[in-house]
Design a protein around this ligand. Structure first.
Ligand code: FE2
Length: 444
């Protein structure tokens, strides 16, 4: 007798009509027609069950602050940084905690159960670090929040930058961050990469740097990051975030850089919504897209994850914690509209960031924690196309969130009243998922 069985699931790898057995918060079986009974059975009705969404790159300290103290008029990265500088002295711990917790609620509702957030450590009070460490503990039962010590004003450019990073790590921040392209010179950028990688090696921590978030094709700190990763034996625990200068780099140089990144085991994190918004701002026409070379990185064997980066903050006025929206933008910007490309983009908001964050027990195999999302879609492509409703979000076998299926009621002239749900209309199949949050669910 199991605790829960989800019947008739479609899995992201294409397996159809699978039953998922759950016992004591873990997945214990995945197979067709699981010959077992459970205290509760949920009929997925052939719809997609995915492991939770994972956001590889976010800024929890600035989220939901849109309009404080004013709106970013130019919409540029540099005005955003200046605006954040105006907001920082006005921040209170209570407001930071409240906004971060509100965002985590949004995230859970969207099936986003793990987030790596950079946190600015240049404020001498380390107010945001304290606030987000508190939030990390508050949300731990339902969301994995990983924090990166981010010297946003520059490690060497801001007073006591390195000491501030060290203080944040002493307080329990998980990952070493950086921003080499924002240091005063290329040489100081390279020096910041060396110092931060050495710090990570000393402390046995991962590294995730904002790296080359620029349209300057000569911004090549990713090469330095790959070099120090190899030199210090940090393979597999280093990520370069943004890497937008790669979009504009010389093609011959990139043909050398890609294998270096692969050799060093450095992961790439692209932020499609933000990259397409903030890059190319100094261009007339043609205007560059700016996102890093996602298909080429994947072809070279580099792990590529996507991040949301910003939601309603000084840099971006939109967003809703929806990683399908991020992947949807990513596949458009990278022109990854083929089946393999779309599958990679779905992976870039699930499996790939889970690897980057080193999440234990992630996935849908027996033995994994029973964290999963039931979507109103029949496969990952449909989930991307529709930014599908998250019908149910589960963590450790507990239902955290449910959302009613999106169904439109139609009253069309000359036709009987009807309901429409896009996939059902196309396939003529049933979109009916029988789901409740309390007690057993009827099987079909
Ligand atoms: Fe960022």
């Amino acid at each position: 007798m199991l605790d829960i069985i989800l019947r008739h699931c479609t899995l992201p790898d294409g397996r159809l009509d699978q039953d998922i057995g759950i016992q004591a918060g873990r997945i214990v079986a995945v197979q067709p027609a699981l010959p077992a009974q459970a205290g509760r059975e949920i009929d997925a009705a052939g719809q997609l069950v995915s492991p939770p969404f994972v956001d590889a790159h976010f800024h929890m300290d600035s989220t939901l602050s849109y309009g404080l103290p004013r709106v970013n008029a130019s919409g540029t990265l540099l005005e955003g940084i200046a605006l954040w500088g105006e907001l920082k002295p006005l921040l209170t711990q209570e407001a930071l905690v409240q906004r971060a917790l509100a965002y985590c609620d949004w995230a859970v509702a969207k099936g986003l159960l793990a987030i790596r957030s950079h946190v600015d450590v240049c404020d001498p009070r380390l107010l945001a670090v304290e606030a987000l460490l508190h939030v990390r503990e508050r949300v731990r039962p339902y969301l994995d929040l990983q924090l990166v010590a981010f010297p946003q004003d520059g490690l060497l450019r801001s007073p006591h930058g390195l000491a501030q990073v060290q203080r944040a790590l002493d307080m329990g921040v998980d990952v070493v961050g950086g921003i080499p392209h924002f240091e005063r010179t290329m040489a100081e950028g390279a020096e910041s990469v060396r110092l931060l990688c050495e710090l990570a090696a000393e402390r046995g921590l991962p590294v995730d740097m904002h790296c080359d978030e620029s349209d300057d094709p000569l911004s090549r700190h990713i090469e330095t990051l790959a070099f120090h990763t190899q030199r210090l034996g940090l393979q597999g625990r280093v990520a370069g975030s943004h890497l937008t200068s790669m979009h504009s780099m010389d093609n011959y140089y990139v043909s050398k850089l890609l294998p270096l990144m692969r050799e060093a085991g450095v992961a790439a994190i692209a932020n499609p919504l933000i990259n397409i918004t903030l890059q190319g701002r100094h261009d007339h026409y043609p205007r560059r897209r700016g996102m890093t070379r996602v298909p080429e990185l994947l072809a070279a064997g580099v792990t590529v994850a996507f991040g949301h980066d910003c939601v309603m903050d000084p840099w971006y006025s939109l967003g809703s914690a929806d990683m399908l929206e991020v992947a949807h933008m990513g596949l458009h910007v990278a022109q990854m509209t083929g089946q393999d490309g779309m599958r990679h983009c779905f992976d870039a908001v699930t499996e790939a960031p889970a690897r980057v964050l080193g999440l234990p027990g992630y996935g849908l195999a027996p033995g994994c924690r029973a964290d999963l999302v039931l979507l109103q879609a029949r496969d990952p492509f449909e989930a991307l196309r529709l930014r599908a409703t998250r019908l149910m979000v589960m963590r450790g076998g507990e239902v955290l969130a449910t959302t009613p299926a999106a169904v439109a009621s139609l009253s069309l002239p000359g036709r009987p009243a009807s309901t429409s749900w896009q996939p059902a209309a196309v396939a003529g199949g049933s979109a009916d998922v029988r789901l409740t949050t309390a007690g057993p669910v009827a099987t079909r």
